[in-house]
Design a protein around this ligand. Sequence first.
Ligand code: DGY
Length: 326
Amino acid sequence: MSGGWKIFVTRCRQAFPTEAMDKLEQFCQVTYHTEDKPVPKETLLQQIKEKDGLLCLLTDKIDSQVLEAASQTLKVVGTMSVGTDHLDIQELKSRSIRIGYTPDVLTDATADLAVAILLATSRRLMEGNQALRTGGWSSWNPLWMCGPGLNGATVGILGLGRIGMAIMNRLKPFGVAQFIYSGRSKKQDHVENGAKFVSFDSLVESADFLVISTAYTEQMRGLFNKSVFDRMKTSAVLINISRGGIINQEDLYNALKDNQIFGAGLDVMEPEPLPVDHPLTKLDNCLLIPHLGSAELQTRGLMANMTVENILAALSGDKPMPAELK
Ligand code: DGY
């Protein structure tokens, strides 16, 4: 591998696992953003000029303005995420800029978190903990802090991809009666692994637990709105680990406030960070987690390594990128 390529990284060096950045610096001239916060647009527009590669995160919107500012030199964008909704894919492709992302390595961590949020929401763990800390625990009462169980339940999954399947496999031993799923198309039998493909309407109407684990595109904005919440079971628990935009948060707030559904557990929301005084933060039946799906130390190391390997492979042309979005 030759080297000397110019790379801009959208966070400061300390924000990343060291080993991955050592590798990047071995072959490239790397400029880092100065802070461990999303890079301001103006800085990005300046820094991207004359770079061969960009290493970005899901917090960086790589749109036509950014790509316009990049010179003809830009050959690869490597995002340290499996989600790519922050990238203008069409624009990148039209400019023949290659796209690296990080599937597979975060599947287990993200599925673990989805299950954790599902159980914490249905069994009201945060609410119970809060009651304990604030004097709200008066005695052991038969119906206090009760919630729906997984045994005998119907679990609906929107998006039976890698992460959706991993969630299903984790939930099987809990005695779930039936898994149903919806998405663009029916999967092959061996992929479905016993789950039943249903329409979106049937998914929302039948699920006791509904997990949104689909890859997000802008066309899905607000898909979960009042009309969907009206059709869900009043005992249903909604979990979102996809992207915040898929839920109309105002409608969700009203549905939760009026107990139209039992509860919601969200790892993703809009905007991120969610303002601390956002109406959703006031609801006991809404569990909010600050986008921690892949936040497992080993996983973040693997994601960083894969991102660097994607960039180096694209620039050197020596070998295929470990994960290229085609
Ligand atoms: C991703 O990588 O897109 C996930 O949202 C991380 O949790």
